[in-house]
Design a protein around this ligand. Sequence first.
Ligand SMILES: Cc1cc2nc3c(=O)[nH]c(=O)nc-3n(C[C@H](O)[C@H](O)[C@H](O)COP(=O)(O)O)c2cc1C
Length: 447
Amino acid sequence: MNKHDKRIPQTLPIQSATFSNPINAEIRRAAATGIYDIRGGGAKRKVPHFDDLLFLGASISRYPLEGYREKCDTRVTLGTRFAKKPIELDIPITIAGMSFGALSAQAKEALGRGASAAGTSTTTGDGGMTPEERGHSTKLVYQYLPSRYGMNPDDLRRADAIEVVVGQGAKPGGGGMLLGQKISDRVAEMRTLPKGIDQRSACRHPDWTGPDDLEIKILELREITGWQVPIYVKVGGTRPYYDTALAVKAGADVVVLDGMQGGTAATQDVFIEHVGLPILACIRPAVRALQDLGMHREVQLIVSGGIRTGADVAKALALGADAVAIGTAALIALGDNDPRWESEYQKLGTTTGAYDDWHEGRDPAGITTQDPELAARLDPVEAGRRLRNYLKVMTLEAQTIARACGHNHLHNLEPEDLCALTMEAAAMAQVPLAGTDWYPGKPGSGY
Ligand SMILES: Cc1cc2nc3c(=O)[nH]c(=O)nc-3n(C[C@H](O)[C@H](O)[C@H](O)COP(=O)(O)O)c2cc1C
């Protein structure tokens, strides 16, 4: 009998799960070019995330608050430990550090406008502070990065907080990239680099090799800024318990923890997809470190990496964070990957929702580019308004959930308000699997 005989019922051809079409395409691309894939954005693979958690609304054992009559406060103060002027925000959603260079000056201005209108802060990035973003940001956090590109002591003093970047969720242990096509005259001048030449940022601070040096660095920054402004320490999520504890020991006012779904402007795909922990797995160990040191709520925790909705915000806060930061979602609110540019995405060989060649600087939406004509497409006033609306909606969503759980402040959300849909999420978030009072690793449960 011949198995290809058409009279015999045929099985469908099966695509290998290991050697899938996308994997094979990447093997062929690598074989043809001999170069690794660089892209922007965060991890695209599915990993345990906030979607795997649900809230338990109030009923008899707890009672809910009335949406239109009872208040649910959203304010947060960051940097209460040492800074003379902590940052007071109306909402616990901040804009993450994204560099001028990666982003156009118009995009940076729009981020400042939108964040300020929503009563929150935005952050500089690798590449320094532009006058546009300082001018339009009521609260601006200045990043102090390993690369020191655009590092200017006068700008340090112009900032409302300093963020010492140790690492990023998209590439913990790695430095950034800015390809030559995005190094315009202005970017080159701000970074003191030659125009048009690919640049790789350092993966670690050149003048320190461990936590003791971080402590010295934080003291130095406090002296430059007269102990006025909070000092944050940002780390990529890999060993959240120890990294949080060491940041606190080194004197941080705020710890910023960025999970593997976190976006980047440009990094090797293999790095984005294979290094780091999902943010869901980072929050509870970081909170435990703060609790073990008696510093929970004294040193604030900002978390990021794939935050998209008010539900994500509420879940992050319920797990113990004080605030969240958003990068990718803010860019989408400005107009990134918008269907109105579909025909141009197609010319670039991609499609709406999949455009991630941010390093190439050919962004039709004018956001991740230094091309003057493309950048001029983004109206910072209109884009800022869109960001402000989006931040407002996320806040309203988080308040809706908090009230339904019976809380009059977003910070009163707690792990007891949550359950998990999967064993993985239950183990990582340390909240019970839906319909049980158990999660893997629960003390005393024998697992
Ligand atoms: C375009 C872009 C540029 C970025 N540039 C920086 C940077 O200069 N410094 C930094 O610490 N993080 C940078 N990040 C990471 C963000 O600060 C943040 O950690 C991340 O975007 C959070 O995850 P999310 O994008 O899922 O919200 C960048 C992210 C994007 C998307």
